[in-house]
Design a protein around this ligand. Structure first.
Ligand code: SF4
Length: 336
């Protein structure tokens, strides 16, 4: 996969207060990107007003800014706290992407250059807690993808290595981990590799790494001493879904490092689908694969849908059985 080179870069003036911001500005200027100054990353009128049909084009843009508010949010799934970290949004185009529900057309990749502020927030929280906690770095973005542009994940892993009582965690749908293999992580970082049947990756997770590359990335990271989990997400009940997930588990069983299989933890997350996804997909990807079956779903809060309980329960039981059969030593961390 080639490095993402944006077609346009929108930047806040405040990035020049940070040497990292200056470096990124210089990098993209040299690459010949069109550089456009903006007031603030959260409100770019010329982009907000674009029709949904321009969604794909807008995903080729990059925004450089600073994070003004860094408030850690308690979490009880993948981590103890979610850290608003160095990026938000993404250049890929998964057709169910949860970020679309918050940012609509503006779910392009934003990079925040004040990374010291974010790591300092983690240090402060760890000190205040006085006990071990896990910090999620990639809740609103994909840190492996971002790292391929900025080196920020490598930087963060090496920072966490020196923070007592803190573990960093992130999930990824990308395979570009070579840069992370020689990091001195001190066992303070774990990675969850996101997997799905290849048909879902190819037709729905547009612009992400293929399944085999993701599995190889998990093996490489395990060999480099990282704790590795499987993030089976999102579960999408497409036609013949049972057969597709059986094939996925068979492949994982064959290809994942055998020692890793003995130490694996697994997260299972069912798809939620937003009305924003429906509107954008209809205009931006009119000929895309049809994976949304409204008869299987019911409303979930404002603007979203989830699988009906009876359908979800059947699928959960099926997936738990697959885990038991193929990875008897694995621990299921949670199912949502
Ligand atoms: S990789 Fe993650 S953040 Fe990027 S489009 Fe897909 S779901 Fe959204």
């Amino acid at each position: 996969m080639r490095e993402f080179v944006p077609s346009k870069v929108f930047y806040e003036k405040a990035i020049f207060d940070y040497s990292f911001g200056n470096r990124l500005f210089e990098k993209y200027s040299k690459l010949g990107c069109e550089m456009i100054e903006i007031e603030g990353h959260h409100n770019i009128p010329m982009l907000r007003e674009q029709p949904y049909s321009k969604f794909g084009k807008m995903k080729s843009y990059l925004i450089l800014g600073t994070r003004k508010t860094i408030k850690l949010t308690p979490n009880n799934l993948s981590a103890d706290y979610i850290v608003p970290f160095t990026s938000s949004g993404c250049s890929a185009m998964c057709l169910y992407c949860y970020l679309v529900c918050n940012f609509f057309n503006c779910s392009y990749l934003r990079i925040f250059v004040n990374r010291e502020d974010m790591i300092n927030a983690v240090i402060k929280q760890t000190f205040k807690l006085g006990k071990h906690a896990v910090y999620e770095l990639g809740c609103n973005s994909d840190m492996v993808l971002e790292n391929s542009l900025t080196g920020n994940l490598k930087w963060a892993i090496e920072k966490f290595a020196h923070i007592q009582n803190a573990t960093a965690t992130f999930a990824t749908k990308f395979h570009m981990v070579d840069d992370l293999l020689d990091c001195k992580h001190n066992g303070h970082t774990q990675m969850r590799i996101s997997v799905n049947p290849e048909i879902i990756i190819k037709r729905i997770e547009l612009g992400t790494s293929d399944l085999i590359s993701r599995i190889e990335a998990a093996n490489k990271m395990f060999n480099a001493g990282y704790r590795i989990g499987l993030n089976i997400a999102p579960i999408i009940l497409i036609e013949n879904w049972k057969q597709h997930y059986i094939e996925l588990f068979k492949l994982l069983h064959i290809k994942l490092n055998k020692d890793l299989q003995k130490n694996l933890f697994i997260e299972i997350i069912f798809m939620t689908y937003g009305y924003a996804n429906i509107s954008i997909n209809k205009e931006a990807f009119p000929n895309s694969y049809s994976f949304f079956n409204k008869d299987l779903m019911q409303p979930k809060g404002r603007g979203k849908m989830q699988y009906k309980p009876e359908i979800r329960n059947e699928a959960e039981a099926f997936l738990r059985k697959l885990v038991k059969n193929y990875f008897p030593d694995a621990e299921i961390s949670y199912v949502v």
